[in-house]
Design a protein around this ligand. Structure first.
Ligand code: ADP
Ligand code: MG
Length: 490
């Protein structure tokens, strides 16, 4: 999978020159993130404004980390990932409507994992009351790595599918221009012209706009539900701008705001500060630390409402790692997608080995297998956002400790995917320019809209390539491990 710029990788002065250009291009294109020290301001820092000892103008915005060079991606696998995305959209949507499947699949998990249990309780409560929502909007991102088999042929293997708050569709819409510029500076104009256009933010916005339209109230707004700490606001603004361009009003609120100012009317229409909300787009709410008691109450209020939630709570549950593991059981996909044998085959082809650690003989065997050969596996709890999985010696130790306890059922086990590394430079503010051995993860954004039983939109909406140095087993861009990249098809 060599890229056609391996020849310039060691040319220090050309690389340095290109890196300067790259950083300016990133700033110019808006590949931006707020800094860790000032995650909630985009202008000069609050401390500098208050004229204390910090002096004038601390940087509060910088470029989001990215690779200097695009990374080679096998075109056949890239196409395969796009081709299966509509199938995954259908699958996630089918799971979200299948009460029995979710109940059965998550039964062991909810006993030991409080977070999943709380989500599940809201799901059940909303179903018991009867769904007020009739339009459904899914925005997901299916992530893959290119597993290098024994014969060295790379295969597309799914890492996970993110059904809530899948991010970086905005910023990645702007990295193509940056990488195009870098290649030109390095004398690779022909290669630059081969970079594919990519605009997930537009695709995501089209889905949100469709849901807003079907909700059917011209004066209603789209609400982005955002975190307390908003470092990645520019990524969200890219999607937001696409909506404003279509004359759809967008507000940004936190759970806290919903708790204080949200209400439902008799028809369960959702109001914020007196404004009717048509669509709630969650960029928050996927990890336990997003919730205190008030935030749980706010979540329940949103879920009970008629507003289109992206995702609704059932779709969030469909994205849990336990569900992913159950999908790999023989026969499960066939039951969820009856009469769609081709879709089932396309989906199954992307699955790596996934194993249940539920109590019983099967789970005992799996635990023993992993303890005996920990480097073959990844141990995953029901968490999102990076940095939670266990590998190698740590995996062995943890599993040994919990192998006879029901606690083990809060994890799933997965075959470790081993991609072929490639050399690249990871550009991060305040970091020296040095070449690293890297691996990449490809994400495909999926968008769908369903009205009642009818799918009215089902699309792949663009891609995201993230690259990290091989010494990091885990973690994404927001976790500070991976950086944004652009695929160069080979
Ligand atoms: P999260 O919900 O935290 O993003 P993931 O399942 O995506 O959980 O795992 C986080 C990261 O760990 C991935 O981005 C990838 O780098 C690494 N990872 C996860 N599963 C595997 C696997 N089976 N093989 C190799 N690396 C993996
Ligand atoms: Mg992930």
């Amino acid at each position: 999978m060599a890229a056609p710029w391996d020849d310039v990788l060691r040319d220090k002065s050309a690389i340095q020159e290109a890196a300067w250009v790259a950083v300016d291009a990133a700033l110019l294109e808006g590949v931006l993130m707020r800094t860790e020290g000032e995650p909630n301001a985009s202008d000069v820092s609050a401390r500098a404004r208050s004229r204390d000892a910090f002096g004038p103008g601390q940087a509060v915005v910088n470029y989001a980390p990215f690779t200097l060079l695009p990374s080679a991606v096998p075109s056949a696998l890239f196409e395969q990932a796009y081709a299966v995305q509509q199938d995954f959209n259908l699958l996630v949507d089918a799971i979200s409507q299948n009460k029995e499947f979710l109940e059965h699949t998550l039964a062991s998990t909810v006993k030991v994992d409080d977070f999943t249990a709380r989500l599940f309780r809201i799901h059940m409560q909303v179903l018991e009351e009867g769904l007020a929502q009739s339009v459904f909007l899914g925005i997901n991102r299916s992530d893959y790595m290119f597993d290098c088999g024994v014969d060295g042929t790379p295969a597309l293997k799914q890492i996970e599918i993110n059904t809530i708050a899948a991010s970086f569709g905005g910023l990645t819409s702007r990295t193509v221009a940056v990488h195009g510029r870098v290649l030109k500076v390095l004398g690779k104009s022909k290669e630059a012209s081969r970079l594919l256009p990519n605009n997930p933010s537009k695709g995501l916005a089209l889905g949100i706009a469709k849901a807003w339209e079907l909700y059917g109230s011209q004066s209603a707004v789209v609400m982005f539900l955002v975190e307390e700490v908003q470092r990645n606001i520019f990524d969200q603004r890219c999607v937001e701008n696409e909506l404003w361009n279509r004359n759809i009003r967008v507000i940004r609120k936190r759970f806290r705001d919903v708790f204080e100012k949200g209400s439902l009317d008799d028809a369960k229409r959702l109001y914020m500060d007196g404004q009717e909300v048509a669509v709630v787009y969650y960029r928050e709410g996927y990890v336990p630390k997003n919730y205190d008691q008030q935030n749980w109450e706010a979540r329940l209020l949103l879920e009970r409402s008629r507003a289109v939630k992206c995702p609704d709570i059932a779709t969030q549950l469909a994205g849990t790692k336990k569900v992913q593991q159950e999908l790999s059981r023989p026969g499960t996909l066939e039951r969820l997608l009856p009469g769609r044998a081709e879709a089932v085959a396309r989906i199954r082809a992307t699955f790596a080995g996934l194993y249940s650690l539920d109590m019983g003989e099967e789970g005992d065997k799996i635990a023993a297998m992993a303890i005996a050969d920990p480097d073959r596996f990844v141990l995953k709890p029901q968490r999102e956002g990076g940095g939670n999985n266990l590998y190698g010696e740590e995996l062995r130790q943890v599993l040994e400790k919990i192998r006879d306890s029901p606690e083990r059922t809060s994890y799933i086990l997965m075959d470790k995917i081993k991609p072929q590394p490639a050399m690249n430079y990871l550009l991060r503010a305040h970091s020296p320019l040095q070449v690293s051995e890297c691996i990449s993860e490809l994400g495909i954004f999926g968008v769908y809209v369903r009205q009642g039983k009818e799918m009215v939109m089902n699309k792949a909406a663009g891609h995201l390539l993230r690259t990290k140095a091989i010494e990091h087993a885990d973690g994404g861009v927001a976790a500070g491990v991976a950086v944004l990249d652009t695929p160069y098809l080979v």
